[in-house]
Ligand binder design. Structure first.
Ligand code: UDP
Length: 456
């Protein structure tokens, strides 16, 4: 909406009444007003960012889809993110009912996420000023990643609004599988611990993460709900395989293994390269073609940044002939790319959910994934894919080989793929998240989770 001054403005919601202290279930008032407006906080990365780069992947997709699906449930959603470019408009509409708000805190330039903590007090104050200026208030706040959790805690002194924390991954989980150089900071670990008691509710993306938060960190059981991210089943649909291959210049007889993801040590790209070396070195097996989506190409189509390191490793191993690097691709192109593959490899050392695996299955393509974090719950072993141990190239090579050589196995797993992904339909996921907001906003601090679990 444009104001008379030409500046874009957000639609105002009626002010909800100020809530009383926490309530018990027996005090429930059936006439409680419905939620009107919620804030999502994503300090270090915007849901409008280009996907497949260093810091833009599953969480960005999650926030964008969640916000737009909540808006379909009649909520107005404002997503607050740090300004990284002076030219970005302050308010951008992402979909009807959802605005992305650029908050100036620190330099208006990209910064490493480990440099952002000192700017969080400024970020919180500017969020508060924004809401004052626009005359809006929020019924619930949903913070993504530890940095946003701290911002949600800081803004509470102005808004007095309950907040839900979602870590996406914890430092503890990451450090369990990280090399020394990639370990998360002590500061992150400390803040994550503090947020467990400061947040009013928590969302874990898989049952293992919930157990970890409860058993390892002593978070009260009633505070943590397991709600997986969803997949956009209208967008991610099977395409005609022959046409999809022709578009990518792949031959019908190619044995195509697809990788899609950010270039990050946690993605297990080194394990994939080792597995391909084993497959390529076996004269009794057909050669695999690895289609690699993710990372940056320069204007001449040459890999840059961390992708250049991956390409160099592949070259050193003498595997250039087996890999095709096509850089990051927009989500609009991905259904066709998933449909072109015989199998999608998700060799991650850890994934809190693993959207790529679910998107692939939604497109009817079987998955070989590691039994790491959320993947063990999303990929159904022997139904929609195969699971292997993380960091086990030989096991990965064996599973990929069986998929590219055994036509009947591939057909059977392809048939199970779409139904497996259908469990993660966004309308059900958004309704579970809305349930937590409603409980918190109505003043409850127990029984936050909906009874029907999406993970069956
Ligand atoms: N993605 C994309 N283009 C790319 C690479 C990735 O759109 O070139 C998207 C992909 O479709 C998925 C997300 O980025 O939705 C990656 O999510 P995932 O949970 O697999 O990994 P994360 O980035 O959270 O570690």
């Amino acid at each position: 909406m444009l104001t008379s001054s030409g500046r874009q403005s957000i639609r105002k919601a009626e002010m909800p009444p100020v809530r009383a202290a926490f309530k018990a279930d027996e005090d429930r008032d059936e006439s409680e007003p419905p939620l009107r407006r919620v804030a999502q906080i994503s300090v270090h990365t915007s849901p409008l960012a280009t996907l497949g780069g260093k810091d833009a992947g599953g969480m960005n997709v999650y926030i964008a889809e969640l916000a737009c699906n909540l808006a379909k449930l009649a909520l107005t959603v404002d997503v607050f993110t740090r300004r990284t470019d002076p030219e970005t408009p302050e308010i951008q509409e992402m979909c009807p009912g959802v605005n992305v708000i650029a908050i100036s805190a620190g330099p208006a330039a990209p910064l490493d996420k480990n440099e952002l903590f000192p700017y969080l007090p400024e970020f919180a104050v500017r969020m508060a000023l924004f809401s004052l200026r626009e005359g809006v208030r929020y019924d619930a706040v949903h913070a993504h990643y530890w940095l946003s959790g701290w911002a949600a805690h800081l803004v509470k002194r102005y808004w007095d609004t309950p907040f839900v924390q979602m870590f996406h991954t914890t430092a503890h989980q990451k450090n369990k599988v990280a090399n020394v150089a990639d370990r998360e900071t002590d500061l992150r670990q400390q803040i994550e611990r503090r947020l467990l008691s400061l947040a009013d509710g928590m969302i874990a993306a898989n049952p293992e993460e919930r157990a970890d938060l409860i058993w390892r960190f002593g978070t009260p059981t009633e505070k943590v709900c397991t709600i997986p991210p969803g997949v956009n089943l209208d967008h991610f649909q099977p395409f005609d395989k022959a046409a999809a291959r022709a578009r990518l210049g792949l031959a019908p007889e190619d044995r195509v293994v697809l990788f899609v993801g950010r270039i990050d040590p946690i993605k297990g790209i080194d394990t994939l390269i080792e597995a391909v070396a084993l497959m390529a070195g076996n004269p009794r097996l057909p050669d695999p073609t690895v289609l690699f989506v993710g990372g940056d190409l320069d204007q001449l189509g040459q890999p840059t940044g961390p992708l250049a390191g991956v390409v160099e490793t592949v070259r050193r191993r003498g595997l250039d002939g087996f890999f095709r690097f096509i850089g990051s691709r927009p989500q609009a192109e991905l259904p066709s790319i998933y449909s072109a593959a015989d199998v999608v490899a998700v060799p991650s050392n850890y994934e809190s959910f693993g959207l790529v695996a679910v998107e692939a299955m939604a497109c009817g393509t079987p998955v070989v994934a590691t039994r790491a974090g959320g993947l063990a719950f999303t990929v159904e072993e022997g139904v929609s894919g195969l699971l292997v141990a993380p960091r086990a190239p030989a096991e990965l090579a064996e599973a990929l080989t069986s998929l590219i050589t055994d036509e009947s196995l591939r057909r059977s797993l392809a048939a199970g793929a779409r139904p497996t992904a259908e469990r993660f339909a966004w309308p059900a996921v958004a309704a579970s998240v809305l349930h937590i907001y409603e409980r918190l906003s109505a003043g409850y601090r127990a029984n936050l989770c909906q009874e029907e679990e999406i993970y069956a």
